[in-house]
Ligand binder design. Structure first.
Ligand SMILES: C[S@@+](CC[C@H](N)C(=O)[O-])C[C@H]1O[C@@H](n2cnc3c(N)ncnc32)[C@H](O)[C@@H]1O
Length: 241
């Protein structure tokens, strides 16, 4: 997506880190319920590092992402965290962690073979009692077409976006999302851009099966956001083999 490359400098205006405080604490509660002793965590697809900004107050965070531009944004917000560029399916950090955390970046995978590669790569980076926590945006069971908008003004610049998600074919395990962006620069110049993405849409039993294949037991935990109590579930995956 353009948002993670040429438009990455606008990310802090589209999705300011302050909007992640509540969710980071809700995720932390689940993480601590399954692993009260997390000291070192690794995040796959950490993007702008917004969740990490809050989670790093509780344990160390090593942040990884495919996009060099997004890592640059995150380094400004989290100069105290190690950052590394890599694809979550294949990257190798030569250490093991108490927690591997994957937030909304998991949505970009529409193929089960990719999800399995990611889950196995997470396992490779976990200590024997380590926890994998995944927070998919949607499941087949919970998906509803949705329209969001947002964005803020900051330091003389402004950005607004409209996000529209729908499922054009209920049989293809994919959802479609269209994004419209409007950016206003310091000199008042307005630019319009757009992005399209396809995301994975898998059922809870499918997640359970993939995790079991890699030696995890999946525990689905409801996450209730105050501004959108909808139906959101994180997966705390504990190791069984
Ligand atoms: C919505 S952002 C993540 C924001 C993050 N949850 C936060 O707290 O700031 C999604 C990120 O997924 C990353 N991504 C997409 N495919 C990836 C892959 N194969 N490996 C690693 N990161 C990936 C993108 O580069 C992007 O930065």
């Amino acid at each position: 997506m353009k948002l993670y490359k040429e438009l990455a400098e606008w990310w802090p205006l589209l999705s300011p880190h302050t909007e992640y405080e509540e969710e980071a604490h809700l995720f932390l509660k689940i993480i601590q319920q399954y692993h009260p002793q997390v000291k070192e965590a690794l995040e796959f697809g950490s993007g702008g590092g917004s969740n990490a900004f809050y989670l790093k107050k509780h344990f160390s965070m090593t942040l990884t992402d495919l996009s060099a531009e997004m890592l640059e944004i995150s380094r400004k917000l989290n100069p105290d965290c190690p950052h590394m560029q890599g694809d979550m399916r294949t990257l190798t950090v030569d250490r093991q962690f108490d927690l591997v955390f994957i937030h909304d970046a998991i949505t970009y995978f529409t193929d089960k073979a990719d999800l399995l590669a990611i889950i196995k790569n997470a396992k490779k980076h976990l200590k024997p009692d380590g926890l994998l926590f995944i927070m998919p945006d949607e499941y087949t069971e919970t998906f509803e077409p949705r329209t969001n908008h947002g964005g803020i003004d900051k330091d003389g610049r402004g950005m607004r976006y409209l996000e529209w998600s729908y499922d054009s074919d209920p049989d293809d395990q994919m959802l479609e999302t269209e994004y419209a962006y409007v950016m206003r620069d310091r000199d008042g110049q307005i630019t319009h851009e757009h992005d399209s993405m396809k995301g994975g849409l898998f059922s809870m039993p499918e997640w359970e099966e993939l995790l079991a294949e890699a030696g995890f037991q999946a525990h689905f935990e409801r996450v209730v956001f105050s501004d959108d109590p909808g139906s959101f579930f994180g997966i705390a995956a504990t190791q069984v083999s």
